[in-house]
Design a protein around this ligand. Structure first.
Ligand SMILES: [Zn+2]
Length: 193
């Protein structure tokens, strides 16, 4: 199967920031990178990262690429923010989005990934929601968008900057995808007779 792992935002449009100045893109790109590494230990999966650290890849470029390359699945990785990101606020927890029409496969994948994320990180479960986001609407394949915690919550804003939390999120996303698509782990040795 072909998977596109989208690190939300980009080099020039970094998304929002924590009130202490950590940009969302810095989190998203790390998680995408770690998740790809884990997923590459499974058989039968090709992982594409549409973002670049050198130039901005627009949302429509990302979704067009996913459609042209005939991806089977599109996962967009984000961190949430409440308000304009200028101050610490109370909203917290993890949520996963599917398109407003609630496509069946996407709903199922979203439920698997959401519960893995909550279990792995121990953060509050805000559930699976629907939204009319570009990447969910314009992709022709199963697509979900994960929000891995609030940059504007003091605890989560701190966690999102930490490598172990980034790895936990990556592990949950990767294992959710692997379990949904029933991928088997690649074997390290090849036996020749
Ligand atoms: Zn975002």
């Amino acid at each position: 199967m072909k998977l596109m792992l989208d690190a939300g935002h980009g080099y020039g449009t970094t998304g929002k920031c924590t009130p202490d100045g950590f940009p969302e893109y810095a989190f998203n790109r790390k998680v995408a990178m770690y998740a790809r590494k884990i997923l590459e230990s499974y058989e039968g999966i090709e992982v594409y990262l549409p973002h670049s650290d050198c130039e901005d890849v627009s949302l429509s470029d990302r979704t067009e690429r996913a459609n042209t390359l005939k991806m089977d699945c599109y996962v967009s990785i984000h961190a949430n923010a409440f308000g304009d990101g200028s101050e610490w606020t109370s909203p917290e927890g993890i949520e996963t989005y599917v398109y407003v029409s609630k496509p069946k496969e996407a709903m199922m994948l979203a439920n698997v990934v959401q519960s893995k994320l909550v279990k792995e990180t121990g953060r509050p479960n805000r559930g699976v929601k629907t939204a009319n986001f570009h990447v969910l609407r314009e992709t022709k394949m199963t697509a979900i968008l994960v929000e891995c915690g609030f940059m504007t919550n003091k605890i989560e804003g701190y966690l999102l900057q930490m490598d172990p939390y980034q790895q936990q999120c990556a592990k949950a996303i990767a294992e959710g995808i692997a379990s949904f698509y029933q991928l088997s782990e690649r074997h390290g040795t090849c036996i020749l007779n």
